[in-house]
Structure formats: structure tokens, C-alpha cells
Design a binder for this molecule. Structure first.
Ligand SMILES: CCCCCCC/C=C/C(=O)SCCNC(=O)CCNC(=O)[C@H](O)C(C)(C)COP(=O)(O)OP(=O)(O)OC[C@H]1O[C@@H](n2cnc3c(N)ncnc32)[C@H](O)[C@@H]1OP(=O)(O)O
Ligand SMILES: NC(=O)C1=CN([C@@H]2O[C@H](COP(=O)(O)OP(=O)(O)OC[C@H]3O[C@@H](n4cnc5c(N)ncnc54)[C@H](OP(=O)(O)O)[C@@H]3O)[C@@H](O)[C@H]2O)C=CC1
Length: 265
């Protein structure tokens, strides 16, 4: 089944963390659907790879090396994208940092590193894009990539869980503030997804990987393309009356917590 997202011809989106994993998959899916895409992240080489993949497939993309923790750099990213493509239509807040550490042992610097990227970075990017859309006098849409632990918490990643919960609250708040401008904001909450970044940060050993897999009723990790497919639905015209929501795409992971375990069909 594919969700109806419509075409994105002539539209421009910024995808943070677009140089790898889920961000790259969303950037590629947007470009395949006709959008122009500006990809942002700290590592220029990875962004260039995404641009090369998109151009090879006949699309248009721009790499803008940016640290989303720096609000001035974020403003420059938005200007660069709008200048190159003439307009902006939306944003995907996908950049993140994560590592496993008991909350009691986390240093202030470690807490700040993750909260700055995930929560502060998403706010700076959303604010800058919303200002541009207001200036253009057009609507648009913002999608933030969170995780189901935004609402149920997650021992071992308190920094990320708290930051993702903040992004969800930001989304719901700004969905109301910005609705009169025609700007929609939604979240997507992927389950464990096969990416090198998450693999290194969250399931670096075979044992850890198997432990994570055992929590997923669907019995497998997501492919980044499956997250991209649902993301396009939320960004596109098929979701034109949908705002302030979160779509969970996790193979049933967060529901599969029954005391007596699962039964197979
Ligand atoms: C299990 C199932 C769950 C499924 C849902 C999963 C949901 C979410 C998934 C993800 O988010 S996956 C994304 C993973 N990708 C990344 O993490 C890529 C980007 N990551 C990074 O850049 C780094 O990991 C970073 C640490 C987040 C930031 O890099 P930066 O260069 O800015 O920081 P550093 O200077 O290296 O460190 C800052 C600070 O953090 C402390 N720290 C770093 N790593 C660890 C660690 N492994 N354990 C404890 N502390 C760590 C480091 O010591 C510094 O603190 P201070 O020493 O200054 O106090
Ligand atoms: N994979 C999974 O299982 C799940 C992932 N998610 C979420 O999906 C999103 C993508 O994760 P995934 O693709 O797996 O992991 P990746 O590590 O591949 O993606 C994270 C991206 O964020 C970028 N990034 C990190 N810090 C910054 C910064 N300060 N400024 C700009 N960009 C930055 C990284 O690029 P660079 O280092 O070059 O800056 C990288 O491209 C994240 O929001 C993550 O929390 C949610 C649930 C599950």
C-alpha cells in the first residue's frame, strides 16, 4: 500500500541530517516526487553524496553544511535554499545525536550535546523556515522525526527521550500558532530502522541488535525507505488537513509490551 502524498513538483524542502540514513531516504523520496531539496548536516562529504545520488536520478539538490545548533547558521541555510531555488515549501527536522548512557552517569556536556541538536536545532530550523514562509505569504509544512519514547520514555537515552518529547510539544504548540498562515506541523515516530548512525549509537553489538529486534512485533527493522514513504504523506497534499499529529511507523514496537508476551498467527 502506498499512502497518497501527491506530487511535489516545483516545491523546495530543507532536510536536516540529509547526508545519511533516514534523512537521505526522505531527501531522495522528495526529489523522486519532483521536489528540489537542500540537505543540511555537519559533514560536507555526506551531503555531497546525497546530492550526487539525487542528481544521478535526475533530481535537483543543494548541499549546505550546517550545524543546526547554531541559529545564525540555520538562518543562512534557509537563505541559501531560498536563493538557489526561489522559494521554500517546508522542512524536515531529522538531524539528531544519540548514545546509550544511564541518566545518572550522563555529563552536562552530553545532555547538552543531544538536547541542542534535537530540540534546540529543530526549533531554530522551524522558526527560520516559518519566518520565510510568512514572508513569502505561502503555506508550507514541517515534519519532525521523533521516536515513540517521546511519550513513554526510554531508559538509557534520557537526553534523546526528553528532547524528542520537547519536539512533540513544540510541534503541537506551533501547529496552532501557525495554522492561520497555512503552515502544518507534524511528527513521525519511526521504530528501529536500519541505519549506520543508529546501529553505531544504539545497537553496536550483535547481542544488542537482537535485544532490540525482539521488541518489534513485526520481527524486523524498518527500511529507511518505509519511513520516507510515510514522511511524504505527512508533508504532502494528501495530509492537507492534518496538523499537530504524530504518525508512528514502528512495526508495532511501542504497543507490543503485553505482560504475557506475543502470540504468532
Ligand atoms: C532501542 C530502540 C530505540 C528505537 C528508537 C531510537 C530513536 C532514536 C534514534 C537516534 O537518534 S539514532 C541517531 C544516531 N545518530 C547519531 O548519534 C549521529 C550524530 N551523533 C553525534 O554527533 C555524537 O554522537 C554526539 C555525541 C551526539 C554529538 O557529537 P559532538 O561532536 O557534538 O559531541 P562530543 O564533543 O563528542 O561529546 C559531547 C558530550 O557528550 C558526551 N558523550 C559523547 N558520547 C558519549 C557516550 N557514548 N557516553 C557518554 N557521554 C558521551 C561527551 O563526553 C561530551 O560531554 P562532556 O565530556 O563535554 O561533558
Ligand atoms: N534509526 C532509528 O532506529 C531511528 C531513528 N530515529 C530518528 O531518525 C532521525 C535520523 O536518524 P538515523 O538516520 O537513524 O541516524 P543518522 O545518524 O544517519 O542521522 C543523523 C543525522 O543528523 C546529522 N546531525 C547530527 N548532528 C547534527 C548537527 N549538530 N547539525 C546538523 N546535522 C546534524 C548527522 O550528520 P552529521 O553527523 O554529518 O552532522 C546525520 O546525518 C533522527 O532524528 C533519529 O533520532 C527515530 C527512531 C528510530
Amino acid at each position: 500500500m502506498t499512502l497518497e502524498s501527491g506530487r511535489f513538483d516545483g516545491r523546495t524542502y530543507i532536510v536536516t541530517g540529509g547526508g545519511s540514513g533516514i534523512g537521505r531516504a526522505i531527501a531522495q523520496a522528495l526529489a523522486d516526487a519532483g521536489a528540489r531539496v537542500a540537505v543540511a548536516g555537519r559533514t560536507a562529504e555526506r551531503l555531497d553524496e546525497t546530492v550526487a545520488l539525487i542528481e544521478k536520478a535526475g533530481g535537483e539538490a543543494l548541499a549546505v553544511p550546517t550545524d543546526v545548533r547554531d541559529p545564525e547558521a540555520v538562518d543562512a541555510l534557509v537563505s541559501a535554499a531560498a536563493e538557489r531555488f526561489g522559494r521554500l515549501d517546508g522542512l524536515v527536522n531529522n538531524a539528531a545525536g544519540n548514545f546509550v548512557v544511564p541518566g545518572i552517569d550522563l555529563s552536562p556536556g552530553g545532555w547538552r550535546a543531544v538536547v541542542d541538536i534535537v530540540l534546540n536545532g529543530s526549533y531554530y530550523c522551524t522558526r527560520a523556515v516559518a519566518r520565510r514562509l510568512r514572508e513569502q505569504g505561502t503555506g508550507g509544512s514541517v515534519l519532525s522525526v521523533i521516536a515513540s519514547y517521546a511519550w513513554h520514555g526510554h531508559p538509557g537515552t534520557v537526553h534523546s527521550a526528553a528532547a524528542k518529547a520537547g519536539v512533540l510539544a513544540m510541534t503541537r504548540t506551533l501547529a496552532v500558532e501557525l495554522a492561520p498562515l497555512g503552515i502544518r506541523l507534524n511528527c513521525i515516530a519511526p521504530g528501529p530502522t536500519e541505519t549506520a548512525g543508529a546501529g553505531a549509537a544504539l545497537w553496536a553489538t550483535q547481542e544488542a541488535r537482537e535485544e532490540v529486534l525482539a521488541t518489534v512485533p513485526a520481527g524486523r527493522f524498518a527500511d529507511p525507505a518505509e519511513i520516507a514513504n510515510a514522511s511524504l504523506f505527512l508533508l504532502g497534499d494528501g495530509a492537507s488537513y492534518l496538523t499537530g499529529e504524530c504518525l508512528t511507523v514502528d512495526g508495532g514496537q511501542w504497543l507490543g509490551k503485553q505482560v504475557y508476551g506475543r502470540t504468532s498467527a
